[in-house]
Design a protein around this ligand. Structure first.
Ligand code: ZN
Ligand code: ZN
Length: 216
């Protein structure tokens, strides 16, 4: 499902599920008209470091985007994206729902020689989304923006007991034969606090970092 530019009215495509968030900016580039699009994403496929990645959402995430020409090859994108991002508990790896309300606001520049859209830092420190294809795929942009807005790590509950280091048993469901209860540490101050500079992508290693061997 593609997003279409809608002139004048905003709600024509509301509630439509999209595989890929796309903006068609051809007529904006030709005639300096505005472009806008709306729809819902139930997940987000994107590429990071040459690898295919997926952000999972607990329910369809509403997206609305407006693009206004600023003259020349520049334009401004603004909008709202509200995903209920699914992250993994840093200790027990179960799914945790993280609702986000992300205000989008980004300068854009059209450069026909650019193959894949990328974010560039302007002299003002602002980020500029540079793109070549007028049929703009917003997946990478939305994924990066979402990861920046997400907390670095989350716990499914403040007193999550984590997994047994020996057998992987979920200690929230009771002890296992190893009796190797992972001590419940004081909650890390950084947990749950939005972190502006580090991607929140969870890996098994992120969870392992939290494991501590018993003192005795
Ligand atoms: Zn947990
Ligand atoms: Zn065990």
């Amino acid at each position: 499902m593609l997003l279409f530019p809608v002139k004048g009215e905003r709600s024509a495509y509301h509630g439509r599920m999209m595989d890929t968030p796309r903006l068609h900016l051809g007529s904006l580039l030709r005639t300096s008209s505005d472009a806008s699009a709306e729809g819902e994403l139930d997940h987000l496929d994107y590429e990071q470091g040459g690898r295919a990645q997926t952000l999972r959402f607990a329910r369809p995430a509403p997206l609305s985007v407006d693009v206004n020409p600023l003259g020349g090859a520049e334009m401004y994108l603004q909008g709202l994206f509200e995903p209920a991002l699914i992250m993994e508990c840093a200790r027990c790896l179960r799914d945790v729902e993280v609702p986000l309300e992300i205000k989008l606001g980004t300068l854009m520049r059209h450069d026909p020689s650019v193959e894949s859209p990328y974010l560039e830092e302007a002299e003002t420190g602002e980020e500029v989304l540079v793109f070549g294809d007028p049929d703009l795929n917003l997946s990478d942009y939305l994924a990066e923006t979402t990861l920046l807005a997400a907390p670095l790590s989350v716990l499914h509950a403040p007193d999550c007991k984590g997994l047994c280091q020996v057998c992987g048993h979920d200690l929230n469901e009771g002890p296992c034969e190893h009796g190797a209860q992972v001590p419940v540490e004081e909650i890390d101050d950084e947990l749950g606090v939005p972190e502006g500079t580090v991607h929140a992508k969870q890996t098994p290693f992120a969870a392992l970092r939290d494991f501590k061997l018993p003192e005795e």
